[in-house]
Design a protein around this ligand. Structure first.
Ligand code: CP
Length: 305
């Protein structure tokens, strides 16, 4: 794929080769990157939903490459508050920036912004749908820690219904012949459209509410929080909050080289007692957002190939 001017909206937009190319570019960026590569470029961050890692690591990536940043982290202080549409907002911002990164609570919002803007748009998370740059940094983290993406036993635990990162991750990993263990309460299972698609690709999938029934098989355990903000009924959230609480006692029931990942923020699903074990990979995972986002920004701006 020629990445120049390409929107990054969904993990479905990338072939296996594209994904591997982005990871290879991120590795080069981590080793060494040119601090003035983006010196004449401006990135706009339009964040309609809260974020720590995605927004700040995009900003850090841009600034470390010499670029400038504009945008907002709170749409209440913009003309959206007066009724301006997302379409018009994206149309305006393309006049002020070379690249737009957007996070929004509505599924499909990043695609809409990309249709409005002639400048490349990167999806920083749209509702329960997709979070493709998180997926790319997740893959980068797995590859770095396991030396491969192929044939891994991957457990994905928590809110698999509303957690957008797990949807993108399952689809991306399906290029690499994983065996999946989807661990969740019945009401928060992976949506059936993803299960059907994965099974059609020949991927083996086990679904269970019980982590300990599969924990010894896992190479990677990807934990997610219960996504309070996406539950239509707050009483339903009350039923499931705190349903999984992993702590250092888990280490007796896993392989020595199991790595535990989490897109963060965590609430109570991973206790601090796991942080200093060799299994914890989640902070390193968050740090990997910088080289991966440096690679993506530079590729879509056509500054590297
Ligand atoms: N992983 C992630 O998207 O974190 P933020 O919500 O803090 O951006």
């Amino acid at each position: 794929m020629n990445f120049k001017n390409h929107d990054i909206i969904s993990i479905y937009d990338f072939s296996k080769e594209d994904i591997l190319y982005i990871l290879k570019t991120a590795k080069k960026m981590e080793k060494r990157s040119n601090p003035s590569l983006l010196k004449n470029n401006i990135m706009a961050t339009l964040f309609f939903e809260p974020s720590t890692r995605t927004r700040l690591s995009f900003i850090a990536a841009m600034e470390q490459l010499g670029g400038k940043v504009t945008g907002f982290a709170n749409s209440k202080i913009t003309s959206i508050k007066k009724g301006e549409t997302l379409w018009d907002t994206a149309k305006m911002v393309e006049q002020y920036a070379d690249l737009i990164v957007i996070r929004h609570h509505l599924e499909g919002s990043a695609r809409l912004a990309a249709e409005a803007s002639s400048k490349p748009v990167i999806n920083g998370g749209d509702g329960s749908n997709q979070h493709p740059t998180q997926t790319l940094l997740d893959l980068y983290t797995i590859q770095k820690s396991k030396d491969t993406l192929n044939n891994l036993h991957v457990g994905i635990l928590g809110d698999l219904k509303y957690g957008r990162t797990v949807h993108s991750l399952a689809i991306a990993l399906s290029h690499f012949n994983p065996i999946f263990y989807f661990i969740s309460p019945d009401a928060l299972k992976m949506p059936r459209n993803y299960i059907t698609e994965l099974r059609e690709k020949g991927i083996r999938i086990y679904e269970t509410p019980n982590l300990l029934s599969v924990s010894k098989k896992l190479d990677i355990l990807y934990v997610t929080r219960i996504q309070q903000e996406r539950f239509p009924d707050p009483l339903e959230y009350e039923k499931y909050k705190g349903v999984y609480r992993l702590d250092s006692s888990l280490t007796k029931y896993v392989k020595k080289d199991l790595k535990i990942m989490h897109p963060l923020p965590r609430i109570d699903e991973i206790d601090k007692s796991l942080d200093n074990t060799p299994h914890a990979l989640y902070f390193e995972q968050a740090a990997n957002g910088i080289p991966v986002r440096k690679a993506l920004i530079s590729l879509v701006l056509g500054k590297i190939r």
